[in-house]
Design a protein around this ligand. Structure first.
Ligand code: FAD
Length: 391
């Protein structure tokens, strides 16, 4: 294991890179890996149907034939399981959803998902009301990894996110709050790229998966800001989780499996009230300094609207598995924003914290994804830089 070149305090945060790495590797990563396997955290409710409100001419999103069959794993068509047995036509390349690695496996035990409250989140666009279009997805069967989604469709999504909703930094006019929105999106983008690099389809013919360090270097490491933004996003989400500790400690983790539910609750407590974490990095991000100026409330409304737009754009992602993880992680970020900026965690006002079950699942799975990315960058970064001609 090498140490990477980042040192000092993570910008706009309160902890050092080295501290984050140690805390993550010794404490957070092992805990989170266990947590996301528990029944409470592994099922996510989501409307995967592509209801893109922006580009009505987007062929990929509108093709019903592109969607994946909703069937148990054993009924999943053999032809989709083994890409090497198929001859790829140009249609397959057009329709990313036809790619087996982009398909969402919907196998799950429905009994484990019980409803919670349905309070609105001002930061996100999701309608959580149960309806026929909602599916429940077992996240463990659908890891975020390479799917083959790329080209103009993917590029259009990222371009829309950055250019329309979250202006590129550094731009002189950007205030701290806008910069933070940019960093959150960029950090999430880095994390998605890291997952593509850590679980990549190396050989389609033999269906061999593995690491792609060149991709890691080309998309993330080559741009130190992208690594810094990944650490920033990790600390931001970690702060939201620890700030909501009292609420999360008393949340209802029941899924009908007492042993597993007890485990989920116990892992949450270990994370929320951890003395090592509290002494090494007590406030991973200090939200109190934001929205202070005269224009604070107006600025908050504007940024909230921009983030809701980003949340809506997720419906335009033309690859089902990418849409699943895009929606989950944007909901996770929206939940962190809600905890830090839209509710009174101490319950001193009328805005006491209330989370939807899905928000909590998204928040913790997002934290786990970021934790995995931070670990991968720290462990493989030096090798990737050495191979690809880093510093
Ligand atoms: P892209 O990653 O598409 O980047 C586009 C441009 O954005 C770059 O040229 C650069 O200018 C800028 N940029 C890149 N990274 C950053 C950063 N961290 N911060 C700031 N700016 C940046 N593909 C998969 O294989 N698996 C997935 O699970 C997956 N999930 C996705 C989820 C979403 C929501 C979206 C929009 C796309 C997803 N994709 C996924 C596609 C993937 O993100 C890339 O778009 C694709 O691999 C093509 O990559 P690219 O090299 O063209 O650069």
């Amino acid at each position: 294991k090498g140490t990477h070149k980042y040192s000092g305090v993570v910008e706009d945060c309160c902890c050092e890179y080295e501290t984050v790495d140690h805390l993550n590797e010794d404490l957070l990563h092992p805990l989170l890996q266990e947590l996301v396997k528990t029944p409470f955290f592994r099922y996510f409710k989501v409307k995967l149907w592509c209801d893109c409100p922006f580009w009505l001419d987007d062929g990929m999103c509108r093709l019903r034939d592109c969607s994946v069959c909703e069937c148990p794993e054993n009924e999943f068509p053999e032809s989709l399981k083994h890409p090497s047995h198929r001859v790829l036509s140009s249609d397959d390349l057009m329709c990313q959803e036809g790619k087996p690695q982009a398909a969402v496996d919907r196998t799950l035990d429905k009994n484990t998902f019980r409803g919670w409250s349905e309070t609105d989140n001002p930061w996100t666009n999701d309608d959580e009301t149960d309806n026929a279009e909602m599916t429940y997805v077992n996240l463990l069967l659908n890891p975020e990894r390479y799917t083959g989604y790329s080209g103009p469709s993917a590029r259009r999504i990222w371009d829309a996110i950055y250019s329309e909703n979250c202006p590129k930094y550094p731009s002189k006019e950007l205030c701290q709050e806008e910069r933070i929105l940019y960093k959150l999106i960029s950090g999430l983008h880095s994390s998605i790229s890291v997952h593509i690099a850590s679980d990549y389809l190396l050989d389609e013919a033999t269906n061999t998966w593995g690491q792609n360090l060149t991709l890691l270097y080309d998309r993330v490491l080559k741009y130190p800001d992208r690594v810094r933004n990944l650490y920033f996003t990790f600390l931001f989400v970690l702060r939201a989780v620890t700030k909501a500790a009292d609420y999360l400690e008393h949340a209802d983790y029941r899924t009908g499996n007492p042993d597993e539910d007890l485990k989920a609750h116990s892992l949450m407590r270990q994370l929320l009230y951890n003395p090592t974490l509290q002494s090494a990095c007590p406030i991973p991000f200090d939200e109190a300094k934001l929205w202070k100026g005269q224009s604070g409330p107006e600025l908050k409304q504007r940024i909230q609207k921009q983030f809701r737009n980003i949340s809506a754009i997720m419906d335009c992602v033309g690859c089902e598995k990418c849409r699943l993880w895009g929606k989950l992680q944007v909901l996770g970020l929206g939940t962190a924003l809600k905890i830090l900026f839209s509710v009174d965690v101490q319950e001193q006002s009328g805005h006491a914290l209330q989370l939807q079950r899905n928000e909590l699942i998204a928040l913790m799975n997002l934290l786990n994804r970021l934790s995995e990315s931070v670990k991968f960058v720290r462990e493989m970064g030096p090798t990737a830089e050495a191979i690809c001609g880093g510093d």
